[in-house]
Design a protein around this ligand. Structure first.
Ligand code: NAI
Length: 338
């Protein structure tokens, strides 16, 4: 089957890692017609979301094709334009952030045998962007939790568990303090859990969950979290297996999905041919699964694992000496032998 996929290469190392992943996917034989576009563009066809200008062509392309692969884009910290990443997720209502975290052979990590999937609510909580200065020196940021969003992310997590043969879900919260907000999240999740008796359901307070995951990550299967805790814990979990360079992510909604690496634009190495495409490649593997191309996804994953096992052609950030090109060639060579 032929798929049409929007490719948003992004900024910094984005174009380098996107080109590498595109080469690998094209070499795998999967039929993808790429529609390549810049997501951040100031042109006549534009829409303003907050202070950010988004290229409507990019949004419309994702709407039309339903699937996109995206490189990193820079975000200003404390002031400046609002995150393009957040705006894209919001305008397409990509309510589920999916981050599978597992070890790659040869990548230095604190633990072996980690295999945890993080399901993070992606549209509300403290990311609603509702902030204002009450009086000088006092700022109010609103945390929004709704029954609708909590229920649909819970349904997503339980359905994902069933589809992928996962056995256990922990809902992570702070309902002992935020009794109303996190309380509503928990009540909504419990109602969904009732309908999935085949999946073990547990709850953990977020601070305890952080301690537990750094002491014994192997105990976890799926973590289900509201937006902010999900953001923090997914990077924490990535740190257990070697960092952001080796974990994928997907932002998924009912009408579309964007798969992206969770690292940033790496301005320090951009344009030098040193970037590691692994995270975007793993995100593209998630994308292929989403497109129903599981056998190709598995072949690419096997080729990637082989390159890491052999350790001859891995990039500097994971202890090797290879550049982007050499690593990409090695994955394609492994793929052709698979
Ligand atoms: P970063 O992830 O860009 O860089 C942190 C460190 O990791 C740097 O030393 C960098 O060289 C290294 N690194 C990151 N990705 C790598 C890769 N694929 N291969 C080899 N080394 C890699 O984080 P930083 O510096 O905090 O952010 C830079 C910019 O990226 C900021 O403007 C930020 O807003 C943006 N950003 C965008 C994201 C997105 O589009 N999803 C996510 C995170 C940050």
């Amino acid at each position: 089957m032929k798929h049409k996929v929007t490719l948003l290469p992004g900024e910094g190392i984005g174009p380098e890692v996107s080109a590498a992943v595109r080469r690998i996917l094209d070499a795998s034989g999967v039929h993808i017609e790429w529609e390549e576009l810049a997501a951040r563009a100031v042109n006549t066809d534009k829409r303003t979301i907050g202070a950010e200008v988004l290229n409507t062509a990019a949004i419309e392309s994702v709407r039309r094709n339903h699937v996109a692969l995206k490189g990193p884009m820079a975000t200003a910290i404390a002031g400046g334009a609002r995150s393009v990443n957040v705006a894209l997720r919001k305008s397409l209502d990509l309510y589920a952030n999916l981050r599978p975290v597992k070890n790659l052979p040869g990548v230095k990590s604190h633990f072996d045998g980690v295999d945890v999937v993080i399901v993070r609510e992606n549209t509300e909580d403290l990311y609603s962007g509702l902030e204002h200065e009450v009086v000088p020196g006092v700022v109010e940021s609103l945390k929004i939790i709704t029954e609708k969003a909590s229920t649909r992310i819970a349904c997503f997590a339980f359905e994902y568990a069933r589809k992928h043969g996962r056995k256990k879900i922990h809902a992570i919260h702070k309902a002992n303090i935020m009794k109303l907000g996190d309380g509503l999240f928990l009540r909504s999740v419990r109602a969904v859990a009732e309908q999935y008796k085949d999946i073990e359901y547990k709850e953990l307070i977020v601070d305890n969950a952080c301690m537990q995951i750094v002491m014994n990550p192997v105990q976890f299967d799926i973590l289900l979290l509201p937006n902010l805790y999900g953001d923090v814990m997914s990077d924490l979990a990535a740190g257990l297996v070697g960092g952001l360079g080796v974990v994928p992510s997907g932002n998924i909604g009912d009408e579309g999905a964007i798969f992206e690496a969770v690292h940033g634009t790496a301005p320090d190495i951009a344009g030098k041919g040193l970037a590691n495409p692994t995270a975007l490649l793993m995100s593209s593997i998630l994308m292929l699964e989403h497109l129903g191309e599981r056998p190709t996804a598995e072949r690419i994953e096997a080729a990637l694992v082989k390159v890491y096992k052999e350790g001859q052609h891995v990039t500097k950030d994971v202890g090797g000496t290879a550049g982007t090109q050499e690593f990409t060639d090695a994955v394609i060579a492994a793929l052709s032998k698979a």
